[in-house]
Write a protein that binds this ligand. Structure first.
Ligand SMILES: [Zn+2]
Length: 474
């Protein structure tokens, strides 16, 4: 190994005499590295191979192997430190990190004091748009981030010089710390890092007063409920949008804002913008948009179904669907529910389910352009159906497809629905408590037998009810 490395060093310096060659044979290879200058170091992670690492950094396996004196690429151990060639301008340890919502290539470059160009090259990013929330990037280890660099927004009408005076910072240090080419390069609304301020882990592309933003769980998945959290001062006016739905933020304790939004089960997998706008108490406006990836939910395809054509006639189903969608659209500012939802049928989780949420369905030889919008639970005619959480009844009645149905508003845009009941035990306007009897299971409407069809709607979209039975929201 030593021999091979030394030869490479010597070959790069053809003018050297053979005496030197012999001298080099006798010294540790470390000297060889010292001559070339150490590149940044990547710590091998479990599951990495030389090939995946080479791919990741855009170098050939041969170059990577020879640069690190590796004879047998199969013998790569986790925690080994590899020097990555070709990354002039970078040093220290590189780590992989998931980029959260609220960061741009520019904000990361300012945080890690590395040019945008170099970060882009390191991660093969062609356009800043590729920096979606949740992307795994290679970044310098966070211990290399200069402590004490708070975010400051360039105010409207303020030049960088004026800002430097306000922040008692040296304008040239400010330029350097933010990789700016001149004082003209900072534009109003731009978020700069000011050396000497407080330590700051917050979302780098947003004003300092916003101390945290989370969008998740990532990756966002068809048919799931997405939680948007913002940590900021009280009295923040906050709005946003995602997949064509307006986000409704509510304050959950002082300075903690939450919005919930369902992802439609048939959303085409791909990139979608999450846009946030706000007005801070000091009058600062912000407007930020970043892509998130919506992935396929992996829902199974039910065998093609053959039903009475009258039951899938749009003349019948469309008005009913529209009526139901209109019922579950209003967003009540009061949150009635608290904690996990209870199972509405006594034949709950431990009994399994006749049909799960999201299954793709095709009727009478048609295409698979429909999905099962609820969770089917076992229940005979007469089985008691209970409210899963506190709320207010907003609909009771007999519908063609849904049969005897109930809808409960739980606040914050969250609704539940109960279909095919034999009896309804509540009336519109009733306040219900978790576990309260609301009706009896049955086989009314479009069914092949008695069961409970249970739905959860969030932000006007049907989501997987099982999530609400298994975990606490928000
Ligand atoms: Zn169903």
């Amino acid at each position: 190994m030593t021999f091979k490395l030394v030869i490479r060093c010597v070959l790069k310096k053809p003018g050297w005499i053979s005496l030197l060659f012999i001298w080099l044979l006798l010294i540790p290879t470390g000297i060889c590295w010292a001559q070339e200058g150490r590149g940044p170091v990547y710590v091998v992670q479990p599951g990495d191979t030389l090939w995946t690492i080479a791919q990741r950094f855009g170098v050939s396996v041969d170059v990577l192997a020879s640069y690190n004196g590796i004879n047998d690429p199969g013998q790569l151990s986790a925690d080994a430190e590899l020097i990555i060639p070709g990354l002039t301008g970078l040093s220290g340890i590189l780590t992989t990190q998931n980029v959260g919502y609220g960061e741009t290539l520019r904000s990361l470059s300012r945080r890690y004091q590395t040019s945008e160009k170099l970060l882009a090259r390191l991660n093969h990013i062609v356009s800043p748009n590729e920096l979606y929330a949740g992307i795994e990037l290679i970044l310098p280890q966070s211990s290399q981030v200069q402590a004490g660099k708070e975010r400051v927004a360039v105010g409207a009408g303020n030049s960088l010089l004026e800002m430097a005076v306000l922040e008692r910072a040296n304008p040239w240090a400010l330029l350097k710390a933010n990789s700016l080419r001149g004082i003209w390069a900072a534009i109003p609304g731009d978020i700069l890092r000011v050396p000497g301020g407080a330590d700051d882990e917050g979302p780098g592309a947003l004003p300092q007063t916003i101390t945290g933003i989370q969008v998740g769980p990532l990756p966002i998945t068809q048919g799931k409920t997405v939680i948007f959290r913002v940590e900021a001062p009280a009295n923040l006016s906050l709005s946003g949008s995602f997949t064509g739905h307006e986000l409704h933020f509510f304050e959950l304790g002082a300075g903690h804002y939450v919005a919930l939004q369902g992802v439609h089960a048939l959303t085409e997998p791909g990139f979608y913008s999450v846009t946030l706008q706000g007005l801070l108490p000091d009058g600062t406006k912000f407007d930020f948009s970043q892509l998130v990836y919506v992935r396929d939910g992996g829902y199974p395809y039910d065998p093609p179904l053959v039903v009475d054509p009258a039951t899938i006639d749009p003349a019948v189903t469309k008005p009913e669907d529209e009526q139901w969608a209109a019922l579950v659209t209003p967003v009540t500012a009061q949150r009635y529910w608290n904690g996990k939802f209870q199972t509405p049928s006594p034949l709950g989780l431990e009994y399994g389910f006749p049909s799960l949420f999201g299954n793709r369905r095709a009727y009478n030889g048609g295409t698979y352009d429909r999905f099962h919008g609820g969770l089917d639970m076992y229940g005979d005619t007469g089985t008691e159906i209970l409210a899963p959480a506190a709320g207010q009844v907003v609909f009771t009645g007999l519908l063609t497809v849904r049969g005897n149905a109930i809808s409960i508003d739980h606040g914050w845009g969250v609704y539940t629905g109960f279909m095919h009941l034999s009896e309804i035990k509540v009336a519109v306007g009733d306040k219900v408590e978790p576990g309260q009897l609301i009706g009896l299971a049955g086989g009314t409407g479009r069914v092949s037998g008695p069961h409970l069809h249970f739905e959860v709607w969030v932000g006007g979209v049907q989501v997987d009810p099982l999530d609400w039975l298994m975990q606490e929201y928000p």
